[in-house]
Design a protein around this ligand. Sequence first.
Ligand code: URP
Ligand code: ZN
Ligand code: ZN
Ligand code: ZN
Length: 510
Amino acid sequence: MSTPVKKVPIHLQSAQNRLLIKHGKVVNEDEITEDDIYIEDGVIKQLGRNLIIPGGTRVIDARGKYVLPGGIDPHTHFEFEFMGAKSVDDFYQGTKAAVAGGTTMIIDFVMPKKGESLIDAFYEWRQKGDDKVCCDYALHVGLTHWNEQVKKEMEALCKEHGVNSFKVFMAYNFMLNDAELYSAFDTCQKLGAIAQVHAENGSIIAKNVEKLLAKGVTGPEGHELSRPEEVEAEAVNRACIIAKQVDCPLYIVHVMSKSAGLALKQACERGTRVYGETLVAALATDGSHYKHECFHHSAGHVLSPPLRPDPTTPQFLMNLLAQDALQVTGSDNCTFNKAQKELGKEDFSKIPNGVNGVEDRMSVIWEKGVQTGIIDPCRFVAITSSNAAKIFNIFPQKGCIAVGSDADIVIWDPSRTRTISAATHHQAVDFNIFEGMECHGVPEYVIVNGRVCVDEGQLRAVEGHGRYVDTPVFAPYVYDPERVADLKPVKNGTHDDSLPEHFQNKVQIE
Ligand code: URP
Ligand code: ZN
Ligand code: ZN
Ligand code: ZN
């Protein structure tokens, strides 16, 4: 039995939802084309020139704009009870903020309490999400403890509830030991699921925290000192070695440091099937903020693994994304207000971990990646949408603009700019780690399942418009990469005179 799929109400499928997008540059991960797009009933029905369109269809002129697959943020924590606080973005505000920023699907983490049934926790998350989401969503499930019951429930989640990814922790008070990681990876492999790993050495962190507090280091600057980058890199390396023993495909979440990125790249070169996700936070800001004299400012940047003091880290990680040594970007949106961060006023290890980004991710990555010339628009689409869709096995329903795909589309104006601020963002939190950042690249229209939810820049998100999306096991991209290569030859791009000059040498003329 599959999880019931919520139907889009009839009133949302009115003629108003017949749309034609004309004159835009359609960007997929492999090429840019000048096609018009006809959408009906939430699905892309026609793609090309001189389309024959029914009367009464709304026409959107995308001349001079890019038309992108909607962003997929594979890493959020809405309404998550963690470290004594509950994250303030719930599934309504979080997905509304996502849509405002050009993201049309999120994947959140079901986080069972230690010892709790995975299935019960899954239902709890569906209850939080189903009626509130403004865009489609799927769920990963955290493995916060390990036993035979967990193993059985993983199978049920894969077979009956559309789950294909499980996150294990090498840190926090619900970390698994190496033998448990081995069993968890082995179970994932047998089920055709993907194992996600929070890679930090929790035992070393605990000792470092003790030592720092004893020395009187209690402020947020202690956070990074207690979990420096080699502690992250060691765990990445160990996770890769363990996964390789059982041939389990691995997905390292929130790669935050140069050393961790390199450990992942080297494991990949040794033949480990491993994919890497980095965060918009890591690509656009750094650990210098932990030294800020204002507690709210420094604690506002606390997440794990931490931002790194080395200011060249963001560009290094962007280069890894450009080289395909990392494949995915997420936000890890897990927002706590200033008052909640004060739980750690006397002890940095008690500051609730998490930052914003679900709304900011697309514009910030465009600014730091495309605007700087490190990646081109096709690679932008790959790392913000298509690769997540492939890894979590929802491609080509999501993550591309093609006939038959869901009409999750962003009309992106690369010439406009906006300045990020907590005063104007849609995230529920009272702080923004990208405060004051000016970004080129603004979503002018965001179409979610065929409905215009940002219309000429105006947000018109609809609570409950989204659906739960099943993620089937045995993703071909992960379990059979050769078959995928056969299905769709990889092209590096199309010639596009309008691209900035620094892209032209990367662009192939067809
Ligand atoms: O600091 C973070 N990353 N908070 C969310 C929980 C997690 O580990 O992803
Ligand atoms: Zn984590
Ligand atoms: Zn301040
Ligand atoms: Zn997270």
